[in-house]
Design a protein around this ligand. Structure first.
Ligand SMILES: Cc1ncc(C[n+]2csc(CCOP(=O)(O)OP(=O)(O)O)c2C)c(N)n1
Ligand SMILES: [Mg+2]
Length: 560
């Protein structure tokens, strides 16, 4: 540290690509890193600055998942540091989830030295920028070493431009030591301090036209999604719903709900089948979709996309969502600006409000064998208001949609992409980003094993999240889907012999099993109160049972 004239300390000016790179990340506030390094990353990571943090994951899905949760909750991009081709390859499932979650991640991986790549020496990531496509918005390897900071600056800006998403930069390991010339350093100085600001608006006449259609509709309904939260339009959308007295649904397969789940106008999660959706929306003559795809489907459930006579208006920040929707009139715009503009024209309606969602009537007290829905209901009742749920629970997701009722934005995360392995690491990252909030992961026993080593990261860094596992010793939801797809005799759907408490303990996580609702609530409360360690609660639950020939219930899960 050099002493400045005014007495403050300052860092020495960068002279190498590595130093200029760190200075770039620092000036963008990107000092929290998630990674799993190899030898090709050592030249970047050497002399890691004392004001940076590095959270190690033991397999590459973990740092990407942690960064996803961290970025979503901190509302800032996060840096991921991976190891050349195999590390990047291991991370692909988690990068896919981040893409569907629209999470801004700057993912880097080292590459072999430039002069050893032609012989495809060990660690060469051949065609590195192509490896993570199509699951990144953009990817590159700098054409020459001196361009590394400028390429990373571009990556940082692209990741944060809506629709946000992960980007990838490959960094040949010998680039880091290059001494930059004064001219190159001066160019990097300018690039480092540039800012990209997005100005948005929504034409008043378009807003007026939509407001007129809302006023003329008999029973309009809103269907919302995660971009309502990402755009900061949460309060504006509540006002719009209340003014229009519209029923509000979350679009199928969400990562975020887009609306308070405990609001009287909120109807829950639309099921992801066309026929199911047209049934659920029957009776609504106008559907206004805000900040969500319209819609994502699976399984294939025959039926019209919309009920007979219903029209759909779609406002989305994502041009591809607008282009690929099978129905509706789409407007590509910032959701917050659009809803604000609508509010200038929408007058309060006196149409009757839709009936509130019924309570599902789950008991307060029950003993084993416990239904997963009972577990979620008692947890929801015991939960403090500032709770942040991360859910990845297979067949449990339908019950979670009914029982878990988060009331604030960024309070219920799941993987919009449906790739398992999101929940545990994302909960760790979310807890890091919101240390004061209780973060609770609701995990299926199958789902938790895709990124199980996140338990080690949670224990080692003393990240005080609480994990509740509904253990039915099976991939229950796949059995439900087997009912829908009429696929009898599928192997590999049972999970005998998992000892989740012992597994968690082996990674250093305090773990207990709960057999009745009293025990669940007691362990849940003490888990939340413990701000120094993670806690895991394993709850044996009933299996998904499908009598031969029975029709399966519609799963609302994001993970099939
Ligand atoms: C990476 C990945 N592999 C496989 C799947 C397929 N899949 C979807 S749900 C599921 C089972 C989830 O089981 P569990 O978490 O135990 O919940 P349950 O349905 O039993 O309640 C599987 C294997 C997936 N979505 N993602
Ligand atoms: Mg299971």
């Amino acid at each position: 540290m050099a002493e400045e004239a005014n007495g403050r300390t300052s860092r020495p000016s960068p002279t190498t690509v590595r130093q200029a790179t760190m200075e770039l990340f620092r000036s963008h506030g990107l000092t929290t890193w998630f990674g799993n390094p190899g030898s090709s990353e050592l030249t970047l990571l050497q002399e890691f600055p004392a004001d940076f943090r590095y959270f190690l994951g033991l397999q590459e899905m973990i740092p990407v998942g942690m960064a996803d949760g961290y970025a979503q909750i901190s509302r800032r991009p996060a840096i991921v540091n991976l190891h050349t081709a195999p590390g990047l390859g291991n991370a692909i499932g988690a990068i896919y989830n981040a893409a569907w979650n629209k999470t801004p991640l700057v993912i880097t991986a080292g590459n072999q030295r430039r002069n050893m790549q032609n012989q495809v020496c060990l660690l060469t990531n051949v065609d590195a920028p192509f490896v993570p496509r199509p699951f990144v918005k953009w990817s590159a390897e700098p054409a020459i070493a001196s361009e590394v900071p400028a390429v990373l600056a571009r990556a940082i800006h692209i990741a944060q431009t809506p629709p946000m998403g992960p980007v990838f930069v490959s960094l040949p390991m010998d680039d880091m030591a290059l001494e930059l010339t004064d001219t190159q350093l001066a160019d990097i100085d300018v690039v480092r301090t540039r800012r990209v600001t997005r100005a948005t608006g929504f034409p008043s006449d378009t807003a007026q036209a939509i407001a007129t259609r809302l006023a003329a509709a008999k029973t309009p309904t809103l269907v919302v999604g995660g971009d309502v939260e990402r755009a900061g339009a949460w309060d504006a959308v509540i006002t719009l719903a209340e003014r229009t007295r519209a029923a509000v649904w979350t679009a199928p397969l969400p990562g975020l709900s887009g609306f308070p789940e405990n609001h009287p106008l909120y109807q829950g999660l639309l099921p992801p089948g066309a026929g199911w959706i047209s049934q659920a929306l029957a009776g609504h003559d106008l559907v206004l979709v805000l900040g969500a795809p319209a819609f994502r489907y699976y399984p294939q459930i025959p039926g019209p996309y919309l009920p007979e006579g219903t029209s759909l208006i779609h406002i989305t920040t994502d041009p591809d969502e607008a282009a690929r929707a099978p129905v509706g009139e789409a407007f590509v715009a910032d959701v917050h600006a659009a809803v604000q503009a609508l509010l200038d024209h929408v007058v309060p309606s006196d149409r009757p409000a839709p009936p509130a969602r019924p309570d599902t009537g789950q008991p307060d007290k029950a003993t084993a064998p416990l239904e997963a829905s009972t577990v979620f209901a008692v947890l929801n009742r015991a939960a403090p208001a500032d709770i942040l749920w991360v859910t990845e629970s297979g067949s449990g997701e339908t019950a979670i949609g009914h029982e878990i009722r988060a009331g604030a934005p960024f309070s219920h995360l799941s993987a919009a992409g449906g790739g398992l392995g999101f929940g545990l690491p994302a909960a760790v990252g979310a807890q890091l980003a919101a240390p004061q909030r209780p973060v609770v992961a609701l995990m299926g026993d199958g789902s938790m094993h895709y990124a199980i080593t996140a338990l080690w990261t949670a224990a080692t860094y003393k990240i005080p999240l609480t994990i509740v596992v509904t253990s039915n010793a099976e991939y229950g939801i796949l059995k439900q889907f087997g009912g829908i797809e009429h696929t009898a005799g599928v192997p590999g759907l049972d999970l005998p012999g998992l000892d989740i408490v012992a597994t968690a303990a082996s990674y250093g996580v305090r773990a207990r099993e709960a057999h009745d609702t009293d025990e669940i609530v007691e362990l849940f409360r003490s888990g939340i109160e413990d701000r120094d360690h993670p806690t895991l609660i394993n709850v044996p639950t009933t299996r998904v049972s499908l009598p031969a020939g029975a029709k399966a219930a519609k799963p609302a899960s994001v993970t099939a």
